[in-house]
Design a protein around this ligand. Structure first.
Ligand SMILES: N[C@@H](CCC(=O)N[C@@H](CS)C(=O)NCC(=O)O)C(=O)O
Length: 202
């Protein structure tokens, strides 16, 4: 890639990790080209940049590949304009990164559950599925207790909102809302933002 080329973000449209980066790019006014690939088909362009063959993967303007949504979001936050979504230092940074890590962990459990559900029934492990679902409920309780709100907009709260919508999308029978009124309000408020409306999972 020459220095003049636009940044490329490799995505899939259902991926919540890719959606984090797509939302951050929009919030920070960063122009990039979103390229849809299929990681499960070992898309060659993804394979060239990401040894784990996962989305999202960002190719920066200087050709530097960045993988893993927390790093990609931090980079977009640095090069974009407007208020920081990941505070640069101090206890605020730690607070926000802890929330992001909990929401990312919630998503990782949910992705394991999706993959397990896609296996033939006789190959599934009910005990692992129960464990991952219980972990998801604990992570949701931790996020509810974190007292998040759409007015306190940062990488942690936006990742939590993305996780909630994704759970409804991929696990419609999983009840994340009952008893978690703050998360219900957070999701509704975040999904009304243009950056969220433009990146609905599909
Ligand atoms: N820790 C990574 C997780 C990325 C991830 O799990 N991506 C999934 C899609 S949601 C993927 O590409 N899976 C393909 C594979 O693992 O083979 C991040 O935050 O970006």
């Amino acid at each position: 890639m020459s220095a003049a080329e636009m940044m490329k973000l490799y995505i899939t449209t259902p991926s919540p990790f890719a959606r984090k980066c797509r939302v951050v790019a929009r919030e920070k006014g960063v122009s990039l080209e979103e390229v849809v690939v299929d990681p499960y088909a070992n898309a060659p362009e993804l394979l060239a940049y990401n040894p784990l063959i996962q989305v999202p993967s960002l190719i920066a303007e200087d050709g530097l590949p960045l993988n893993d949504s927390p790093i990609i979001c931090e980079y977009l936050d640095m090069v974009g304009s407007g208020p920081r979504l990941t505070p640069e230092s101090g206890p605020e940074r730690l607070r926000v990164r802890r929330i992001e890590a909990t929401a990312d962990g919630l998503l990782e459990m949910g992705v394991k559950l999706v993959l397990e559900k896609r296996r033939p029934e006789h190959e599934r492990s009910p005990s692992w599925m129960e464990r991952w679902a219980a972990n998801m409920h604990r992570a949701l309780d931790a996020l509810e207790a974190a007292d998040l709100s759409a007015d306190d907009f940062h990488i942690g709260s936006l990742t939590a909102g993305i996780a909630l919508t994704w759970i409804s999308f991929r696990h419609p029978d999983f009840d994340w809302a009952t008893g978690r009124p703050r998360l219900v309000a957070l999701q509704a408020a975040l999904e009304a933002r243009p950056s969220f409306a433009a990146t609905q999972p599909a």
